[in-house]
Design a binder for this molecule. Structure first.
Ligand SMILES: *Cc1c(COP(=O)(O)O)cnc(C)c1O
Length: 399
C-alpha cells in the first residue's frame, strides 16, 4: 500500500488543476476599451449591456447589477418592503449572506432544514411558517435547483415573497426553465470563486419591474430611473457595479455555456466513478433538475464505514494528496454568534447537522480539469480510505 502524503508519503497528484478564473485576450481587450473610454464608473453603457445580456440569458425581463451578491440579497428584501417584525425563511446550509440579509433588513431569519440534496426542504419550510412570515430565500445549493414547484405552491398559499439566491447557479434550470424567474426575484454573485466572475459583483433579475426598480434605486442613492442626478426619492446607498466589472462579465458570460457543459459532463463522469466506492453515498438524481450548473461537486462520506475517522480528518488527508478546492462547513449557519446577537428562530435541522458531519465539496474548477484530474481525485479518495488505520495513527501522533 502507498503511504499517505499526510504521513510523509508521495502525494497522489502533483500536477496543477485548471486555474480559476479563466481569461484570455478578449478580457484584456474589453478592459482596455473601458480604460480608453474614460468612463470607469457605474454609468458606462457596458453596464446596461451586461444587465440586458444576463437577463436574456436567463429569460428574465429585468435586471439590475450591484457591487456584490450580498447587497443584492439585502436590496431584494428591502425593495419588497421587508423589515422589522417580519420573518424570512432561509436554509441553514448556505453562505452567511443568505441569512444576514434578513437581519440587515431588520427582519428575523428563520432556519428551515435542508433535504438530502442539500437544498431547503419545502416540507420543513411549511413547518417554519408563522403569521409573521413574509419571504422565503431559497438557495440552489451547489448549482442544483431547489424544488421550485413545491416552493411556489407554498408561497401562493401563504402569500410569501420568493427570493432565489442563485449565487451558485448561473444558468441552471428547473424543468427546462432557467433559474432567475422561478420566484419573484433572483440574486447572483460574481465574486472570485463563482462560475462567472469579475472578482466581485452581483445582479438581481426577475419579471417584476417594481422589485428590480426598487432595488436599482437603493443601489443608486435613492434616485429613480430617468430622474435627475440630485433628486433622491428613496433611502439608498451606492452599490453600483463598475465598468471594469461589466466589461469582464460580458466576456465571462460568453464563456459560460461551454464551461457549464464541461462541468456537467465531468460531474456525470464523477457520479459514475464514485458509485464504485462503497464509502461514498451518491446523491439521488432528480429528473426535474434539467440543468444543474455545478458551482460545487458534493460528496457525502459514509462515516459508518470508517470508525474513528471524522470528515475533517479525511479531508486533511485528501488535501495532502494534492486535491484542490476542497471545502466544507463547520456547522449549520445558526451556530454563528451573529444570530445569537441579533435574533433568529429555527426548527429542527438534523439534515443540516448531518451535512456538516459527513459532506464536503470540491469546487467547480476541478470539474474544468482533464479526465486525468478527475481520475486522480477518485484515486486519492480510495487511497485515503484504504489507509484509514495509518490515518488514525497519524492523527493520534499529531494531537
Ligand atoms: C457567494 C454567495 C453570495 C454572495 O456573495 P458575495 O461575495 O457578496 O458576492 C450569496 N449567497 C451565496 C449562497 C453565495 O455563495
Amino acid at each position: 500500500m502507498s503511504i499517505l502524503a499526510i504521513a510523509g508519503g508521495v502525494p497522489g497528484r502533483r500536477d496543477a488543476f485548471a486555474r480559476w478564473p479563466i481569461f484570455d485576450e478578449r478580457e484584456r481587450v474589453a478592459l482596455v476599451e473601458v480604460l480608453e473610454s474614460r468612463s470607469w464608473g457605474g454609468y458606462n453603457s457596458k453596464i446596461k449591456e451586461f444587465e440586458e445580456a444576463f437577463a436574456a440569458f436567463h429569460q428574465a425581463r429585468y435586471a439590475v447589477s450591484a457591487s456584490n451578491g450580498t447587497v443584492t440579497l439585502e436590496g431584494a428584501l428591502l425593495a419588497a418592503g421587508i423589515g422589522p417584525g417580519d420573518e424570512v425563511i432561509v436554509p441553514p446550509i448556505t453562505f452567511i449572506a443568505t441569512a444576514t440579509a434578513a437581519l440587515r433588513a431588520g427582519a428575523t431569519p428563520v432556519f428551515a432544514d435542508i433535504g438530502p440534496d442539500y437544498n431547503i426542504d419545502p416540507k420543513r419550510v411549511e413547518e417554519a411558517i408563522s403569521e409573521r412570515s413574509r419571504a422565503i430565500v431559497v438557495v440552489h445549493f451547489a448549482g442544483r435547483p431547489v424544488d421550485m414547484d413545491a416552493i411556489a405552491e407554498l408561497a401562493a398559499k401563504h402569500h410569501l415573497l420568493v427570493v432565489e439566491d442563485a449565487a451558485h447557479a448561473h444558468g441552471a434550470s428547473w424543468r427546462g426553465r432557467p433559474v432567475g424567474t422561478l420566484g419573484d426575484i433572483a440574486s447572483f454573485s460574481f465574486q472570485q470563486s463563482k462560475n462567472m466572475t469579475a472578482g466581485e459583483g452581483g445582479m438581481l433579475i426577475g419579471n417584476r419591474s417594481d422589485l428590480i426598480e426598487g432595488a436599482r434605486s437603493i443601489f443608486n442613492q435613492g434616485r429613480i430611473s430617468g430622474g435627475a442626478w440630485y433628486e433622491h426619492e428613496n433611502l439608498g446607498t451606492n452599490q453600483r457595479l463598475t465598468a471594469w466589472q461589466a466589461a469582464l462579465l460580458l466576456v465571462q458570460l460568453q464563456r459560460l455555456p461551454e464551461q457549464m457543459a464541461r462541468r456537467a459532463e465531468n460531474a456525470r463522469y464523477l457520479d459514475e466513478r464514485l458509485r464504485e466506492l462503497d464509502f461514498v453515498e451518491p446523491l439521488e438524481p432528480d429528473p426535474r433538475v434539467t440543468g444543474p450548473s455545478y458551482y460545487l461537486y458534493m460528496v457525502r462520506l459514509r462515516l459508518d464505514r470508517m470508525p474513528g475517522v471524522s470528515r475533517d480528518l479525511f479531508l486533511k488527508a485528501l488535501t495532502a494528496e494534492g486535491i484542490p478546492g476542497i471545502g466544507s462547513y463547520p456547522h449549520p449557519l445558526y451556530e454563528n454568534q451573529v444570530f445569537h446577537k441579533y435574533g433568529f428562530r429555527r426548527t429542527d435541522c438534523p439534515q443540516a447537522v448531518r451535512m456538516c458531519r459527513e459532506s464536503f465539496w470540491v469546487s467547480h474548477e476541478v470539474l474544468l480539469s482533464k479526465r486525468s484530474g478527475l481520475d486522480d481525485f477518485v484515486s486519492a479518495l480510495k487511497k485515503v480510505y484504504e489507509n484509514l488505520p495509518e490515518l488514525c495513527e497519524t492523527s493520534v501522533v499529531s494531537r
